[in-house]
Design a protein around this ligand. Structure first.
Ligand SMILES: Cc1ncc(COP(=O)(O)O)c(C=O)c1O
Length: 415
């Protein structure tokens, strides 16, 4: 991958200006101006209603930027809901997904004014109905929440299987399970849509369209059979980022074109996506110092100040984030590069951020920058193991690097 596809001079200059030889701490940076411009492009269409999957990056400044570009918010926990509300966002712009909703949580969300739910089990459906009826008894008028049923499809063995495997997950229910309900049995709810999302980091427009196309028939049949007038189809997230630099990227204009077809075929009034990585991954950078360099059994190894305690994604997906050295006047084309194993400080071989090219003369004390870390970075990691520091988070806006959250020592979380 050429660094130019994920790095730019303005952020490089800001990080270089921030460089200090004494700095032994790793940190995240999010380029808010670039994020805003990217989000504005995503909104230049009238086919899809866009939500932001807060799990990808719940930092206040990130949520505020998405808010400023008209995104609504998909939250999967009380913590995410509170963080969204704390940014002054109205609860009517919040959607609640996730397989672990309790009746108590549903009641608290309804009380806070959340009015859109993706339900993932028969219990969730019944509890939500009960909660609304109970709150109507107490407070009178309450709008029936919009409810989408989350569907999990499988294809019979031997048949063409667009999902590439029939692994069972707790996300939603099969068509057969949902067929046991009827919309008329839930008068307190506005059961108006279906949700499906069973793919990840999709990088081909053709594959994505083929998958979406094959879902329309089973979904519309399910809606008919349970008496649902299908008004909303939510196709989740899963639009991919080219972490490996293989040159496969999704064209947003083609997605809009394809989804206009899906929307018409499904006959829905609204088509929704909850974007995570596709919205925020490319605005983020992770900067980490090199603390040791050695050759081990002939392999060049770098040990970094932090690893999967700050960014775990490479270990759980086997896909490294792209890396570059932070060095004044670095010229990638005219530098001798070689592949290094990049390890973090934890006592597990899982703590590896990749086997990636860096200048062969990289030294202890220099800093590395990883790209595409705006999504599934800081909050997806395992920060407490071995009592290292929590990473700081900065934003880059109007040419300035601003600290939003300082690094925290282990004493801040140890009891
Ligand atoms: C329900 C739901 N919607 C959207 C997303 C966002 O996915 P992505 O980051 O791939 O866009 C997720 C991620 O796990 C999810 O669980």
């Amino acid at each position: 991958m050429t660094t130019s596809t994920w790095f730019d001079t303005s952020i490089e200059n800001a990080l270089l200006a921030h460089l200090s030889p004494e700095d032994e701490q790793a940190y995240f940076v999010y380029n808010l101006d670039a994020l805003k411009a990217h989000l504005a492009k995503l909104q230049q269409q009238d086919v899809i209603k866009l939500w932001f999957a807060v799990k990808a990056n719940p930092l206040s400044k990130i949520i505020q930027t998405l808010d400023s570009e008209g995104f609504n918010f998909d939250v999967a926990s009380t913590g995410e809901l509170n963080q969204v509300l704390a940014q002054g966002i109205d609860s009517s712009r919040v959607l609640n997904t996730g397989p672990a909703k309790t009746k108590k949580q549903l009641a608290a969300f309804v009380k806070k004014g959340v009015n859109t739910f993706v339900v993932e089990s028969l219990n969730q459906l019944n509890w939500l109905n009960e909660v609304v009826l109970e709150q109507q008894t107490v407070s009178g008028n309450l709008n029936a929440p919009q409810v989408l049923l989350r569907v999990q499809l499988q294809w019979d063995e031997g048949e063409k299987n667009p999902l590439g495997g029939n692994s069972l997950t707790p996300f939603g229910l099969s068509v057969a399970e949902w067929q046991s309900v009827h919309v008329d049995d839930y008068p307190a709810l506005n059961l108006c849509g279906l949700h499906i999302f069973q793919w990840g980091n999709m990088l081909s427009n053709e594959k994505m369209f083929s998958l979406w196309s094959q879902m329309v028939a089973p979904l519309t049949e399910l809606a008919n059979s349970i008496g649902m007038s299908l008004e909303v189809l939510d196709l989740g997230g899963g639009l991919g980022i080219d972490y490996l630099g293989e040159g496969n990227t999704l064209a947003w204009s083609k997605i809009i074109e394809d989804l206009a077809v899906i929307k018409a075929e499904a006959g829905v009034k609204e088509l929704w996506l909850e974007l995570g990585r596709f919205a925020v991954a490319e605005c983020g950078y992770y900067v980490v110092p090199v603390v040791d360099r050695k050759v081990n059994y002939g392999q060049e190894q770098l040990v970094l100040a932090a690893g999967i305690n700050h960014i775990i994604r490479p270990a759980i997906t086997d896909q490294p984030f792209p890396v570059r050295i932070l060095r004044p006047d670095f010229d990638e084309q005219n530098t001798l590069m070689e592949n290094f194993d990049l390890h973090g400080p934890l006592c597990t071989s899982m703590d590896k951020l990749g086997h990636l090219p860096l200048p062969s003369d990289v030294e202890v004390g220099e800093q590395l920058v990883f790209g595409y870390t705006g999504a599934y970075g800081f909050t997806e990691s395992m920060p407490f193991f071995l009592c290292h520091e929590l990473a700081a988070e900065y934003v880059f806006q109007a040419g300035k690097l601003i600290e939003v959250r300082a690094a925290k020592p282990a004493s801040s979380y140890l009891a």
